[in-house]
Design a protein around this ligand. Structure first.
Ligand SMILES: *Cc1c(COP(=O)(O)O)cnc(C)c1O
Length: 397
């Protein structure tokens, strides 16, 4: 059984903060600072360039992929890490599109995170020749899956409301019409059981700085289904995806296995931080994280309905239709969130009117939920959010 009191003790949780933004940037695992410092001193500092060979830096991206595999339900050697999620979205999508050369439609939904749609738009502009990014309402995806769709690209949990797409049903329908799937796990990796292998997903991508707590700008990851790995081309044919990077051959030849989805030099210090963040997961079961997330979310929703009835739940009420966050619509959401942050309840705001609370069982408990709701009730009842300082817009909301 996962011991959630033990996992909580493994994070740096600043005094006076009830932290509900772990779905945006996870808090620092205590081991991260030590691990990064060790990498700087004992590896970079003392071995310098020799460390590529002696400290295992070259294999780190794939080793970390294997540590991520059980968390997202993947078999070993199907995941590699590196770059940022936007890049991995482009890489997975371009690879998938090239495997359906007779089809011209990339299908996505209007609830998708903007960067995913921007990257897809960039790919369509590059390809030209009547390629189309077709964006439909989230509820319309099943209906829009037709035989001219090359790839359906979706984020499993909506970043504003937490609404989940059915990965299983959509993937199955996509395959029935001969399309491939690219799933973005930004808001589900480390939050719910994604079961990539059993859901027969073709490509998946995700970041490690949200529910996986590896630190700001930590490496992204890409998963490719075992039966596609060797036929899929990476498109971003960087030298570290080459079969023999240090032969410096003029012609590109893809490395065997998931390794050819690597692009360039790994960010070793960020990888060290990711490695430390994954230590927390050694004794954690993702199914238990998901059940615990549901318990905490249900408590939060019930208490909010009692204490702050004027806020409207924006997330689905059915816990199995929801990722690991709870959102509310509120006309004065921006100043309310600023007032909450000033009072130590750290969530975030997403335009036009959503306030979001990430529910992260590795370090949140019932006590945090009850305290946060109490603070929120005070602010709403007294309208103390309505002060000029809480209305001033910051660059990152
Ligand atoms: C957080 C998030 C991103 C961020 O992409 P970066 O390249 O890491 O900045 C992309 N897509 C989704 C769905 C996200 O939630």
């Amino acid at each position: 059984m996962t011991n959630f009191e033990h996992t909580r003790r493994q994070f740096v949780l600043p005094d006076g903060q009830l932290y509900f933004a772990g779905n945006s940037l996870g808090p620092a695992p205590k081991a991260a600072a030590k691990r990064v410092q060790q990498t700087i001193e004992a590896e970079w500092g003392s071995m310098v360039v020799k460390a590529w060979n002696t400290a295992g830096w070259m294999d780190q991206p794939d080793k970390l992929g294997n540590r991520l595999a059980p968390i997202v339900g993947a078999t070993p050697d199907t995941i590699t890490t590196g770059d940022t999620l936007s890049i991995k979205v482009f890489q997975a999508l371009s690879s998938a599109v090239s495997m359906r050369p007779e089809r011209r439609v990339i299908l996505s939904d209007s609830g998708n995170f903007p960067t995913d749609l921007y990257m897809a738009g960039g790919l369509v502009n590059l390809l030209q020749s009547d390629y189309e990014l077709r964006v439909v309402e989230p509820e319309g995806i099943m209906h829009a899956l037709s035989e001219n769709v090359a790839v359906v690209m979706l984020t499993q949990a909506d970043y504003r409301t937490g609404r989940l797409h059915s990965m299983k049903d959509i993937t199955q329908r996509a395959h029935e019409v001969g399309a491939l799937t690219v799933w973005d796990l930004a808001h589900t990796a480390g939050a719910i059981a994604t079961n990539l292998d059993t859901n027969k997903v073709d490509f998946a991508v995700g970041c490690t700085y949200k529910f996986l707590n590896a630190g700001p700008g930590s490496p992204a990851f890409i998963y490719v289904a075992p039966h596609l790995i060797d036929t899929a081309s990476s498109v971003l044919s960087g030298w570290l995806g080459h079969a023999r990077p240090f032969a410096f051959e003029p012609e590109y030849q893809a490395a065997a296995g998931i390794r050819h989805f690597r692009v360039g030099t790994p960010s070793v210090l960020a990888m060290a931080s990711l490695d430390a963040a994954l230590d927390v997961w050694d004794e954690v079961n993702i199914n238990e994280v998901h059940s615990r997330s549901i318990e905490l979310s249900e408590l939060f929703i019930v208490e909010m309905a009692k204490s702050c009835p004027s806020l409207t739940l924006a997330s689905p009420t059915d816990p199995y239709q929801r990722g690991s966050q709870v959102s509310f619509n509120c006309d004065y959401g921006y100043p309310l969130m600023q007032a909450l942050i000033a009072a130590g309840v750290v969530g975030d705001f997403r335009a036009p009117d959503i306030i979001r609370f990430g529910i992260t069982p590795l370090f949140l408990n019932e006590d945090d939920i009850l305290k946060a709701v109490g603070i929120m009730q005070n602010i709403v009842d007294s309208a103390s959010w309505d002060k000029p300082e809480f209305h001033a817009r910051k660059a990152v909301t």
